[in-house]
Design a protein around this ligand. Structure first.
Ligand code: ADP
Ligand code: ZN
Ligand code: ZN
Length: 760
């Protein structure tokens, strides 16, 4: 349930039918009318019953998945029919009628609805809110007619044939014909600009079949003049991988494709997508963040210039999103490439699911319906009986455990197709003097690269100039007034900023506690490293890459071009730079500040560090220019670094999983986290103690931990706390949550439930 939802029984007359209530419905005389059970975008965990305008018959089934307009309270709302039943637990005189059924548009596909129903149960989120999460904004609103309006037209063969018959006097018609093309869609907007009656003429032509509506903004490269880029011959491990997935045919078969960056995973995806397209199927390719994977996109475009590529991500306009969604829903062969929300795209001809960088935590939605797109992608493949391929250099330990348990088949690409593995080593900084966090061996290595005209990357996992502004006399560190967090120094902007609530203020000149004017930045953010590098290597062109310098749509690709054009010697960046980019002249990677993750309280910190170090190491080196990675650390003997240096993922994963097993952590246990916040600390703590006690009384085999504050206990003036529930068996946890969640609502706090949480 979304934060703070207060079920208001009786607020709506057409209230509710839950399964148990429906069983009790024998009390009411069975009705002959069909009843639609409708999902509405309200924070109540139920469907709502409405009478359909037509009597019950088998022909009603196609109504499932259709949008409707229904009366609700005093107004009316858009909903989606999830089920059709023949009775209701509500008395007849309280059932209201569906006002409108949107029959002109296709219904939501059964498997998307099924997926949403599963997500609703599994994540304990209201069904209506879940269904509406998946719908494009335009469909959540009433704009049915507008959304059904085509965005573009193209000429049909009939249209081409009749064009010659047009009288010369029909000027507007001739103009329209000149604009229209047989294969390329032309935007409706452009056509309408030709004249006032253009709309009418188009409608007439559409009725006659001279033109057909099509989605213009589907992200399709216009059908190709270009020839497809030839596919390289696969290496033996690649063709084994492709073969394994292809021969799974049309049944559910999960695969884990492990291979370091550059080992040729994308090439495997491309081959599988080609096979899927040639069987007239639809392929769903999930990626963590579109902006960070432009190369993947370009390669799909180059390989399939004539195919329908549908790109879905968060920066689309609502019109674009709807148009692309509709194109996918139409069922033609296509490749959908999208971020986590794309897992809900209707794909009637789904033939393949790929999840690239499956370990990436951005697959987990952190608000509302807190789903894991990776986990739902697996379910989706299962529902449609198609193969699913998870790809990663460093698979999540959850997925690796599934391989160990024989549930997933492991496919491996052991080598980089075009380069030798980099040489990875630690720089022991225990007895070194660092210059602003940089060691002499690292600086020497950087200088050598600059002199050779090669590029380097210094990886700092932190934004801002430095984490905090600290008083050298009394130790005071500038806090955010609204959060239990320190402000971060942003030197270029001359500001202190809160990374939690966004508060910004000018840098202070003196300590407010003791008056000391010597305030020093503590720690090493990207800005500070950038400055230090510039001082140490005056001849080098140093460029910083983090969220502050890459805001805006095209900033990243512009930067990318500068790197490729060799306008940059040293990059300083956060994990943004670690992802799938390919810079051929980059031969050195320096890692700073990694140690803090070794002894973190988060049991997943080591897994993430391993993944980050592996990924960032993958940036270094190509065939002709071997790469080197230097990790600055005070713990050079830590086993995690040993595995990183030997590039032995299996050893790392086996050891880490054994540790998880010994400690009873996921994936050998299953968790749910209840988060709560309120203006007052007593409210939050009191609430969690109450619900914890209630949970304990339910008597399920689950462990309910004591409520604790999260790492940042106050954000934007609101106090936070959380409660962890853990069970050995997933089913026990689910049964507990079924019994417990109906008792979680409360007037004093905002709360949310996170099943399989990744952040604590
Ligand atoms: P990954 O997705 O694992 O990072 P890619 O598929 O991007 O790996 O491959 C890395 C590089 O190697 C790319 O430039 C790609 O074009 C090239 N490559 C991949 N497979 C082959 C192959 N079989 N033959 C030649 N080049 C290949
Ligand atoms: Zn002070
Ligand atoms: Zn703040």
């Amino acid at each position: 349930m979304s934060a703070g939802a207060q079920p208001r029984p009786g607020a709506n007359e057409a209230r509710v039918s839950r399964d148990d209530e429906r069983l009790a419905a024998g009390l009411h005389a069975p009705r002959l009318d069909a009843v639609a059970r409708v999902a509405l975008d309200v924070p109540l965990p139920t469907l709502f019953d409405y009478l359909l305008p037509v009597p019950s018959d088998p022909g009603l089934q196609p109504l499932v998945g259709r949008r409707v307009r229904v009366p609700f309270g005093r107004g009316n709302r858009i909903g989606v029919i999830v089920e059709i039943g023949s009775g209701s637990s509500l008395p007849a005189d309280r059932l209201r009628r569906v006002l409108d059924v949107f029959r002109d548009e296709p219904p939501l596909d059964a498997d998307v609805l099924g997926l949403l129903q599963f997500a609703t149960r599994y994540y304990h989120h209201p069904i209506g809110a879940s269904v509406f999460t998946a719908l494009p904004q335009r469909l959540r609103e009433g704009s049915g007619a507008a959304s059904a309006r085509p965005h573009a037209f193209r000429l049909t063969e009939a249209g081409q044939a009749r064009a010659a018959d047009l009288p010369t006097r029909a000027l507007l018609q001739r103009r329209l014909l000149e604009l229209l093309r047989p294969r390329t869609p032309v935007a409706l907007e452009a056509l309408e600009r030709t004249g006032r009656t253009a709309r009418q003429i188009l409608r007439q032509w559409q009725r006659r079949g001279w033109i057909e509506a099509c989605a213009n903004e589907a992200g399709a490269a216009p059908p190709a003049q270009r020839a497809p880029e030839p596919a390289p011959a696969l290496t033996l491990p690649q063709s084994r991988a492709v073969q394994a997935v292809v021969s799974a045919g049309r049944r559910f078969a999960p695969f884990l494709l492990r291979g370091v960056t550059g080992s040729g995973k994308t090439e495997v995806y491309l081959h599988l997508a080609a096979a899927c397209l040639s069987a007239r199927g639809q392929a769903l390719v999930l990626v963590p963040e579109i902006g960070l994977t432009p190369q993947l996109l370009q390669r799909f475009e180059a390989r399939f210039p004539a195919a329908q590529l549908i790109v879905l991500h968060s920066e689309l306009s609502e019109a674009q999103r709807l148009a692309r969604w509709r194109t996918a829903q139409a069922g033609g062969p296509c490749v959908v490439i999208g971020t986590r929300l794309a897992v809900f795209t209707p794909l009637p001809a789904l033939g393949l699911v790929v999840v690239d960088e499956e370990h990436d935590t951005s697959y987990k939605q952190q608000e509302g319906l807190r789903y894991s797109a990776r986990d739902l992608a697996l379910l989706r493949a299962k529902m449609r009986a198609v193969p699913v391929l998870l790809g990663s250099a460093t698979p999540s330990l959850e997925s690796y455990a599934n391989v160990q348990a024989g549930r997933y088949r492991l496919l491996e690409l052991p080598e980089r197709a075009d380069a030798k593995p980099p040489c990875i080593g630690c720089v022991d900084t225990r007895r070194m003097r660092l210059q602003h966090g940089l060691s002499k061996p690292l600086l020497d290595a950087l200088r050598a690269r600059v002199e050779r005209g090669e590029q380097s990357l210094v990886f700092v996992n932190r934004r801002g100039f430095a984490p905090a502004l600290v008083c050298s006399a009394c130790g005071w560190a500038c806090p955010c007034t609204r959060c239990a967090a320190r402000l971060v120094v942003h030197l270029k902007a001359g500001q202190l900023r809160c990374h939690y609530c966004g508060h910004a203020q000018p840098v202070l000149r003196a300590c407010p506690d003791c008056g000391n004017q010597d305030l020093l930045p503590a720690g090493h953010g990207t800005q500070r490293i950038e400055q230090a590098l510039q001082e140490a290597l005056p001849q080098a062109r140093v460029v910083r890459v983090d969220r502050d310098t890459t805001r805006g749509r095209d900033a990243f690709s512009a930067l990318h071009a500068r790197i490729r054009d060799r306008e940059v010697d040293v990059l300083v960046g956060t994990q943004m730079l670690a992802k799938g980019h390919d810079f051929p002249r980059l031969t050195l990677v320096g890692v700073i500040n990694a140690d803090s993750s070794l002894y973190s309280s988060d049991f997943r910190a080591a897994e993430r560090l391993y993944a980050q170090l592996t990924q960032v190491s993958g940036r270094a080196g190509r065939a002709e220019l071997p790469g080197e990675v230097l990790i600055q650390t005070e713990f050079p003997d830590h086993p995690l670094y040993a595995h990183v240096c030997r590039q032995d993922y299996h050893a790392f994963a086996r050891e880490a999983l054994q540790e998880r097993r010994d400690m009873g952590f996921p994936p050998f246990a299953h968790q749910a986290l209840l988060r709560a916040e309120a203006a007052r600390r007593e409210s939050v703590d009191g609430y969690l103690q109450r619900v914890a006690a209630h949970g304990a009384r339910l008597g399920f085999p689950v462990e309910i931990y004591d409520p604790v504050p999260p790492p940042i206990a106050r954000v934007a003036g609101r106090e936070r706390a959380q409660l962890l529930v853990q069970a050995q068996a997933r089913a026990d946890l689910q049964r507990f949550l079924d019994a417990w969640t109906p008792h979680l609502s409360d007037r004093t706090v905002r709360w949310s439930l996170d099943v399989d949480p990744l952040e604590y």
